[in-house]
Design a protein around this ligand. Structure first.
Ligand code: AMP
Ligand code: GLY
Length: 421
């Protein structure tokens, strides 16, 4: 098969890496890709706003399957468009993607299907939301309805914090039109898990889970980011919790999708809070997580193209996914200043030295090539993944690899996976 992957982050590098291992892969393309991806795929710089050019490219290169990485493309309905041109595409429709692109839509879906989620109210005007803030208990969580790159969520300990949060979203419009509506919901405590399963028209099959580290600095300090590191598995995830996730979340989600005729073909990411009262859904995402994808695909044994083929044929009930029983730790190395302002175009050296450590694979995110040198070109720059027989050992290897990389403009968290011990 000729495969095209859309995106250029660590997630897409991991997807390309997994696709490349498949015997079904004849040629691999990526738009736009990055320096790391260009080592295993043919990277093209096409403007994805020009959809007809994308289709022309697919026809010219006889692309059999397009795999969409980021949610923005799904929100724009790119999967529907590609599908309408007769090309197979892995990624849900615009309508089904509303599970991520509108928090109000997701909340209604969860409530309708009796899936546990934080109690919430939806507000379309600043004044009605402000009035509610005088009546509620604290802490509470305020969320912009639309996509805000994981940053549209404000946890408020007091009424004053909540008023300021509401101002930021609805008056100052920090997240643009994503903040036209807000959700105000109950604060949940417990531990967070990113849980993944492939879903088709009739069924689903589980991939696995990872624990993300969203804050920028050690000990969960600093601003929220897209994710600074991950690990999997954890002893905290007992068989009982896994069973509850399947019975109370995955099965009702599958039934609910069918009832609403939301034909979903792709990976579904459940942001869960495991509370003392069991697992609650914080959010749905309609794509792989980043850096969860880098973590999970390291352990995937089943051919990813076989899974996708079964998924697109609505035959997921006929396939069981096999994973290596290994521990994986993924540490993100980012440009100093991320998630705020940071400098670009700084040379990175010795990535191949880091890669030569047994168990290590370095996935690239914001990197590009200039005169054969790898330079930084984004906030999150590398995902250093390490696989070993325990989280402790995987941590050791990951940090040993990072120490070999020569890039003074970078920073990373030193505590990824530490809380599991
Ligand atoms: P979201 O974009 O909905 O995943 O929210 C971003 C982060 O905010 C989550 O990963 C949680 O850490 C936190 N969060 C969101 N909703 C809640 C909630 N109801 N209670 C506690 N924390 C939350
Ligand atoms: N790491 C969280 C996300 O991809 O949304």
């Amino acid at each position: 098969m000729n495969i095209l992957v859309l995106g250029g982050g660590g997630r897409e590098h991991a997807i390309c890496w997994a696709v490349k291992k498949s015997s079904k892969c004849k040629s691999l393309f990526c738009i736009p890709g990055n320096a790391g991806i260009s080592e295993i795929a043919n990277c093209k710089n096409l403007d994805l706003n020009k959809k007809n050019e994308l289709i022309r490219f697919c026809k010219e290169e006889k692309i059999d399957l397009v795999i969409i990485g980021p949610e923005q493309f799904l929100e724009e309905g790119l999967s529907d468009y590609i599908r309408s041109k007769g090309i197979r595409v892995f990624g849900p429709s615009k309508k089904a993607s509303m599970l991520e692109t509108s928090k109000a839509f997701a909340k209604r879906f969860l409530t309708k299907n009796k899936i546990k989620t934080a109690k919430y109210r939806e507000f379309k005007t600043f004044d009605s939301a402000l009035e509610y803030l005088s009546t509620t208990k604290y802490p509470i969580v305020i969320k912009a309805d639309g996509l805000a790159a994981g940053k549209g969520v404000i946890i408020c300990k007091t009424k004053n914090e909540a008023i300021s949060g509401l101002n930021i979203i609805m008056k100052k419009k920090k997240f643009g039109s994503a903040g036209k509506k807000v959700i105000i919901e109950e604060y949940l405590s417990g531990f967070e898990v990113s849980y993944f399963a492939f879903f088709d028209k009739n069924s689903f099959t589980k991939l696995g889970y990872a624990l993300d580290h969203k804050r920028a600095f050690n000990n969960d300090k600093g601003p929220n980011t897209g994710g600074m590191g991950c690990f999997s598995p954890t002893k905290k995830m007992t068989k009982d919790i896994e069973n509850q996730i399947e019975k109370k979340i995955l099965i009702p989600t599958s039934i609910g999708l069918k009832k609403d005729n939301l034909i979903y073909r792709g990976i579904l990411f459940f942001g869960l809070m495991i509370t003392p009262k069991g697992p609650y859904v914080i959010e749905y995402n309609v794509r792989f997580g980043d850096p969860e994808c880098q973590t999970l695909l390291r352990n995937l044994q089943t051919d990813i193209l076989k899974i996708i083929d079964y998924n697109l044929k609505d035959k997921l009930s006929d396939i069981t996914i096999r994973n290596k029983k290994q521990s994986v730790v993924c540490v993100v190395v980012a440009s100093k200043g991320y998630p705020g302002n940071y400098r670009k175009n700084k040379i990175l050296k010795n990535i191949s030295k880091a890669q030569s450590i047994k168990g290590v694979v370095v996935f690239h995110a914001g990197t590009s090539l200039e005169k054969n040198k790898i330079i930084s070109s984004g906030g999150r720059v590398l995902s250093v993944t390490a696989q070993a027989n325990s989280i402790i050992n995987a941590r050791k290897i990951a940090y040993k690899a990072i120490a070999l990389i020569d890039w003074k403009e970078g920073f990373f968290r030193e505590d990824i996976g530490q809380k599991n011990i």
